[in-house]
Ligand binder design. Structure first.
Ligand code: PMV
Length: 340
């Protein structure tokens, strides 16, 4: 059976492990899926059953600095604080770094310093941008000059959605069919939408009750409706791409919302059930639907957590912010003018 180490060895074959700089730094944007990735065809390599499509959050994401250190273990610093080695989060990063400890690099350890400029606990995939920034920083440290699709494959080994965190704007991750996953990587879906706005609606910042890895496994293994998911995904993907090309906001946002609701319905049908929504999540959905009935074009998407991400257009910022005063508004295509 193929394992992660083999994939890394294949991609880095003949690449040098001599650091070319003392310290390497990289940024990767966070991304939110509009057509979700849920269910793996290969658990080890994080290979998805379906394709997915995301929007990156512009300048919001992870900045990671990597420094080789002469120590017996890695040192992980997160938002300025040294993290305890026993934390699962630290172990996850160290296990990922193990993949790069081969041949003459076997005893190499790193100080990895990551800063997130995303509001903490907002349910915005921090592991996606974290792994993407780490892979980019390693690429710079060793001057591997990997191609974007190779970086995407490496980051996928850390977290599936990280495969989509190497670009701004819309990004498509194709599921691929190869057993080694060499055809399962993301690439830009090159369409701008300057007027598009995303709003982060924080409902609960507590750690999620069940990891997306476990939840995906359980949904796939036990939901009686899972067989319908790939077909829905395929249809939503076509609708989403066409609506982006046509700048047809209603179809675009309605498809993203339905895709998220279908995903959560699927999770709820798992045994035992997986319910990420809190009562407040449903209250907020109700507010959104009420606003729509009153003529405001505001929609939402939801990931593996209780928080919502709102979708609307620039012209409706004021109206949406009046209903949701604490909303953090993001302009994904206005990279220099991030705050609205
Ligand atoms: O990459 P993971 O294992 O954190 O899973 C991401 C799952 C969703 O955020 C719910 C969907 C997606 O496509 O990002």
């Amino acid at each position: 059976m193929l394992n992660k180490q083999m994939i890394v060895q294949t991609l880095l074959k003949e690449r040098s492990f001599t650091p070319m700089v003392v310290k390497a730094k990289a940024f990767a944007p966070s991304n939110i899926a509009l057509c979700k990735y849920w269910g793996k065809r290969d658990e080890t390599l994080n290979l998805p059953i379906t394709g997915s499509l995301s929007i990156s959050l512009g300048n919001l994401g992870a900045t990671t600095t990597v420094v080789p250190i002469n120590e017996a273990s890695d040192c992980i610093i997160f938002n300025g604080k040294v993290m305890d080695k026993s934390m699962p989060f630290v172990q996850k990063i160290s296990n990922f770094l193990d993949l790069f400890r081969m041949d003459q690099n076997q005893n190499m350890h790193y100080q990895v310093e990551t800063s997130l400029n995303i509001p903490m606990g907002a349910g915005v995939a921090s592991s996606a941008c974290g792994f993407a920034a780490l892979v980019s920083a390693l690429d710079s440290l060793y001057d591997w000059q990997l191609k974007p699709f190779e970086l995407s494959i490496l980051a996928r080994l850390g977290s599936g959605s990280a495969a989509r965190s190497f670009w701004h704007g819309f990004v498509e991750w194709e599921c691929g069919i190869a057993l080694d996953g060499m055809d399962s990587y993301a690439k830009p879906f090159p369409h701008d939408w300057k007027a598009l706005r995303l709003g982060l609606l924080l409902i609960d910042s507590n750690e999620k009750s069940i990891s997306s890895r476990v939840a995906m496994q359980r949904t796939l293994a036990t939901s009686p409706f899972f067989d319908a998911w790939p077909k829905t995904q395929h249809e939503d993907m076509i609708l989403l791409k066409k609506s982006i090309e046509d700048k047809d906001f209603i179809t675009f946002a309605q498809t993203a919302e339905t895709n998220a609701l279908t995903l959560h319905a699927l999770m709820m049908s798992a045994r035992p059930q997986i319910v990420y929504s809190k009562p407040e999540t449903l209250n907020m959905m109700d507010k959104i639907w009420q606003a729509r009935r009153e003529g405001l074009n505001v929609f939402f998407t939801q990931d593996a957590g209780p928080n919502l991400k709102l979708l609307f257009l620039e012209e409706d910022i004021d109206a949406v912010s009046r209903i949701f005063p604490l909303l953090k508004v993001i302009a994904p295509f206005n990279l220099l003018d991030q705050e609205c």
